[in-house]
Design a protein around this ligand. Sequence first.
Ligand SMILES: *Cc1c(COP(=O)(O)O)cnc(C)c1O
Length: 336
Amino acid sequence: MTPAANHRAVTMRDVLRARQRIAATIRRTPMAASSSLEKILGAPVFLKLEHCQVTGSFKLRGAANAVFSLSDADKERGVVGVSTGNYGRALAHAARQAGVRCIICMSRLVPANKVEAVRALGAEVRILGESQDEAQEEVDRLVAEEHMIMLPPFDHPDVIAGQGTLGLETMEDCPEAGTLLVPLSGGGLAAGVALAAKTLALNIRVVGVSMERGAAMHASLQAGKPVQVREYPSLADSLGGGVGLDNQYTFAMVRDLLDDVVLLSETEIAAGVRHIYWKEGEIVEGAAAVGVAAILAGKVKAKTDAPVVALLSGRNIDHALHYRIISGEDVDLAAE
Ligand SMILES: *Cc1c(COP(=O)(O)O)cnc(C)c1O
């Protein structure tokens, strides 16, 4: 398929259907005005508090839509994944809701609290090998030999449509929005949100925000095709990882729908987490703070005086790390 054809693989109809399909499982998250950020930016700023989503991130929207969309035969087979982060939690929760078996494969290096979090959500955890690659081999085996279904974290039409429901809600909450700031990694969130927002508001600007080091989608957009980048430890750990060299959907959608991509240093991301805690009273992870961080860093401007909306995408941060950041420490994980 050409990228142009892929582009139509997800439509607004899919987003509307996703919303119905997942309505009973997800929380409709609140939108809050931020007077502190309005003073800094000189235009109204709203925060979509999606870190309050069930399982602690928007990833539940896409995972639930993908699991609930499976045929009965595929539901019988069960689903597998390798994510130890927000997607693993979301997949485990969605599968339990649907009564579908779920196995998450992890390497022995994954910290015990992450293993427990996934297990507590009802998934079977399989711990093997010393790397993510070895865990992936077990997933491949489960798919090949036990015919389980692998649902990827972003590059899948049902996942993108599910994330699109966040764009739909955001535009209902703030129809006059002029700019949306969306955390950007594999691009499932940005693709879905941009699709919904641009269907509902023709002139809206959608800006992706990533960390400076290891921003795979940004590098891919620059190269004109999906490329691999070196990974670095980041406060925005949920934005790490590649876009997949065989990317089918999100690369083309992000390329065609996003107006701009902004990159942030670790210091800037930390300032975002700090501001959201001290001024907004919310605990978020680094990846969720990038929109606010971009405003604080002066890297986004309002379009006339139309509101700017930042999506706070998740809250799953190690509390000791969060404490260090809000205490003012200039944390650089790459140097630790
Ligand atoms: C996964 C994730 C993102 C990025 O989503 P993509 O669809 O991979 O671009 C942003 N924030 C949080 C909290 C996440 O878990």
